[in-house]
Design a protein around this ligand. Structure first.
Ligand code: FES
Length: 579
């Protein structure tokens, strides 16, 4: 018997398809109703294609077509594909927030992979939460795994100018509130914003996560930037299909790729791309599934000395289509390669160093040279103090430099509803150097950890010509957002963290260079306030079902907001037979 034959006999999928009795009969027979030939069951690699296509996830609206191309590649390499759906997470649709369902989808992915005859998996990821959710689930199984991202939309256009997903919406709303843009023009911008299939084309969370998976080595080189509408995205799908079959034959598991050093590379790359703050919480959650220890301190330590080279919105001015034409992520990685672990193996079969070696830049204004960056310290800073004992984060490249060291009066809001009903009131007592403090938008509080941290600036401040204020919350913010925004404050207000105790008029100091977030209230006064603190009321419809489970088991932002019972992995050993 040849080695190849030996491998075939030992494949995981043979635990289903090689039986001679009732089980084997049922496993094969019912699959044959789709017209499967005998050799479908002979031990060739069975590759799951985990598809997050949904009409309610417009960013992933082209995934059926991509899945077909992955299948072509799998067949070409001698494997057999089995496509399966999982719950999809449409960022712009889901209420209260798609993030609330990330962990649910990760369970869907993990259990579907483990329960079925698969030897390897391709994860079709696009819209923000689909990438971390699928990777978390797959990591808890640890089969050979590759990610194929859906790619960004074409650049948005309005009156001859480029406009970017999310970022320009926030800008336009501020202009309308300041009386600088008409409602009619605002409505017109909607028609040119989302011009093709694909995810947001700013360096928002979706594109950040696509860059992360390329930097981690779980996607092929070039995966992040190819637009969804470009024929090369289909080619990437086909090549991914070919390659996953080889990974199964070589038994290269996800944990062989996603090492501590790989996560360190991803953190370094995030600084260089000016990536989303959401990558912090997602990377910690993914690493947690593999038993890899990634913490807020890693984010602060590693990113601090890496310059931001990618001149894309929201930190810079270009969009993902420009990034692709300039050469994409391999250029960025090549330009910071002195910081990277270039010897690491990737799913391509080559090392990081080999993958990026031949990369050539075609536009130095889109991907800036190392010596003339957009921002010299591009990392995400972690601040701590009596207001955030477990940490809070701030994206330095998207902040106003004059607010990175700031002391001001807190204007505190108990929840988003209170803020929304007050912030545009002319009699609101607020000045440009005050600090907007928003509570109860953390994982437990909202619930679901929404992207509300970059709340709109009050219109009376906008009319003064001011476009940024220091904002502090226990929320996240969209990767497409910008401003001086302290996020993920932990512990959050809803579990009694110090942020719950802040009152309007308290003084707060942020000093990013000292990594400090300090509430100027005595320990005695805080202890007294804590005694009188009551957790927010939970609405009756959230006292059962998934919201109930979520509130009880979600961890705080600094540990990834995963469920406590999902951290770690169980492998992909064959479960008991089904009959
Ligand atoms: Fe899907 Fe932005 S809304 S990626």
């Amino acid at each position: 018997m040849s080695n190849q034959d030996k491998d075939k006999k030992n494949r995981r999928s043979q635990g289903w398809f090689n039986g001679k009795g009732l089980d084997g009969y049922q496993h094969r027979s019912w699959m044959r109703n789709q017209g499967r030939p005998d050799d479908f069951f002979d031990g060739r690699p069975v590759i799951g294609i985990c598809n997050t296509w949904s009409e309610l996830t417009p960013c992933n609206g082209h995934f059926r077509e991509l899945a077909e191309k992955v299948k072509v590649g799998i067949y070409e390499a001698g494997g057999v594909p089995v496509e399966f759906p999982v719950t999809s997470l449409g960022e712009t649709m889901m209420r209260p927030t798609a993030m609330m369902f990330r962990n649910l989808v990760s369970m869907d992915v993990e259990e579907t992979i483990r329960a079925n005859p698969m030897d390897g998996v391709v994860l079709l990821c696009g819209c923000d939460k689909t990438t971390p959710a699928l990777l978390m689930g797959a990591a808890s199984c640890d089969l050979p795994t590759m990610v194929l991202s859906g790619g960004p939309m074409l650049n948005g256009k309005h009156r001859g100018k480029d406009i970017g997903s999310g970022t320009h919406v926030f800008k336009f709303i501020a202009e309308v509130n300041a009386g600088k843009m008409s409602q009619e023009e605002f409505d017109q911008t909607e028609l040119g914003m989302s011009r093709s299939v694909g995810n947001c084309m700013t360096m928002g969370t979706a594109s950040t996560m696509a860059c992360m998976v390329e930097a981690l080595g779980v996607a092929l080189t070039g995966n992040a930037a190819i637009p969804a509408a470009d024929a090369n995205r289909k080619l990437m799908a086909q090549m991914t299909g070919r390659r996953i079959v080889e990974l199964v034959k070589d038994n290269v598991k996800l944990s062989d790729i996603l090492t501590k050093e790989a996560f360190e590379n991803a953190i370094l790359v995030n600084a260089a791309i000016g990536g989303s703050t959401n990558a912090v919480v997602h990377s910690i959650a993914i690493a947690g599934r593999l038993g890899v220890d990634i913490t807020l301190d890693d984010w602060d330590r590693l990113g601090a000395n890496v310059p931001t080279l990618v001149n894309l919105l929201p930190s810079g001015r270009y969009l993902m289509e420009d990034f692709y034409y300039a050469g994409g992520l391999p250029i960025v990685m090549k330009r910071i390669k002195q910081h990277l672990h270039t010897q690491l193996l990737t799913v391509s079969g080559n090392t990081i160093g080999e993958n990026i070696d031949a990369a050539e830049c075609y536009n130095d204004d889109v991907i800036l040279p190392y010596e003339s960056p957009l921002c010299t310290n591009g990392g995400i800073a972690v601040v701590r103090g009596n207001l955030a004992p477990q940490g809070a984060i701030i994206k330095v490249s998207a902040a106003s430099k004059n607010l990175l060291k700031h002391t001001g009066r807190a204007i505190a809001f108990e929840n988003l509803e209170e803020y929304k009903s007050s912030y545009n009131r002319e009699d609101l007592d607020i000045n440009a150097d005050d600090i907007i403090l928003l509570k109860n938008n953390g994982p437990v509080g909202y619930p679901g950890f929404p992207e509300t941290g970059n709340v709109s600036i009050p219109s009376k401040i906008l009319k003064q010509g001011v476009r940024d204020m220091l904002r502090i919350s226990d929320a996240r913010m969209s990767g497409t957002a910008f401003g001086t925004v302290v996020l993920h404050t932990a512990p959050e207000a809803a579990v009694g963290g110090p942020i719950a105790l802040v009152k309007t008029g308290d003084m707060i100091t942020l000093d990013v260079s000292k990594r400090l977030l300090h509430l100027d209230v005595s320990d005695e006064e805080l202890a007294s306030r804590k005694k009188n603190w009551q957790p927010p009321e939970i609405p009756s419809h959230e006292k059962r079902g998934y919201a109930y489970l979520y509130r009880r088991h979600v961890t705080q932002a600094d540990t990834g907001a995963d469920f406590d019972f999902l951290v770690g992995h169980s492998g992909a050993e064959l479960p008991k037979s089904s009959h």
